[in-house]
Ligand binder design. Sequence first.
Ligand code: ATP
Length: 367
Amino acid sequence: MGRIQLDHLTKRFGDTVAVEDVTLDIEDGEFLVLVGPSGCGKSTTLRMVAGLETPSEGNLYIDGAHMNYRVPQNRDIAMVFQDYALYPHMTVRENIRFGLEEEAEYTAAEMDDRVAAVAADLGIDDLLDRKPGELSGGQQQRVALGRAIVRDPEVFLMDEPLANLDAKLRSQMRTELQQLQSDLGVTTVYVTHNQTEAMTMGDRIVVLNDGHLQQVGEPLELYHEPANRFVAGFIGEPMMNFLRGRNDDGAFVGDYLEYPFDERLADAVGDADELVLGVRPEAVDVRRAEAAGSALGPHEFRMRVTVTETHGDQNVVSLTADEETDHDALRAVTDGMHVVDQSDSVVVSIVPDAVHVFDGATGDALC
Ligand code: ATP
């Protein structure tokens, strides 16, 4: 079992409120990712679960037992940190075994067997006699994981464990970690500021900003139904386009375009006045002007390309609706075969089903 409940948890450091009133129920066996920008309170939340910080208010439970004042050693958790925290003077074997030595229940032979089994699972059995200084970053990462796994805890807590790896290794380790977590079935709380990591790894994602919980949901739920503008901007790469404007009798009127509402949008917007229209770059369709007909539909716009970034499989295209200033109104993602060049005149279409609308004053999603 490894159910974790955060019940109105708040943590203050003097005048700084690091985490405010966070309530969250993490299921047994779940892979939960805490994500948000630097300083949003991710690590503090994790450290409260670990017992490295005591909550200022609220309660923390693991498997129903009250944890607020229980020392980390008595919580049946294992932590993996960004800097691995390996002992440099110990071999890999000793480092992994160290995770077991605090627990009196194992004989020396059992400890050796467990270390060997975990090392084999992680593919580091040929490194057991080396010291951390003789290992690559990825290998050190595996040793840190080994030290956590060997204890067979109820809960893994991981704070940016892949942050020090290069992009390729990080992506490989993401997959390995996910596989490992699903094989072991151990409840895992994973902190990252990287939205791609959150989207690809989490069963559910918790988005934090400024100490406040913004939204909890499955990755695609956050992508398709962000609760507010912050989540909409944080999840998804390239970032969602946001256009400020107002509600003018059945249409959004912004600086760069006027967008008539269909029934769904009109219902959602109601009588809100200030609006922000949100459109994901992948939902913006771009065609060369000469390929489009002369008459434009209500959700089509003439624009000009200011910059095209080529990524191989796709292009990211910046578009302006302003002849004079080149002020970018929108970014679009087009597939790699579909090339438009700088200065091309294009027709952009955005289907109403792909449009999000946020209250301009509160940032809350209207749809
Ligand atoms: P990062 O991604 O940069 O690690 P984070 O989301 O993990 O950030 P926290 O480390 O939880 O954020 O910090 C949240 C807020 O609490 C920040 O404003 C931080 O400066 C503050 N804070 C964290 N720990 C302490 C501390 N021990 N004393 C005072 N303030 C702290």
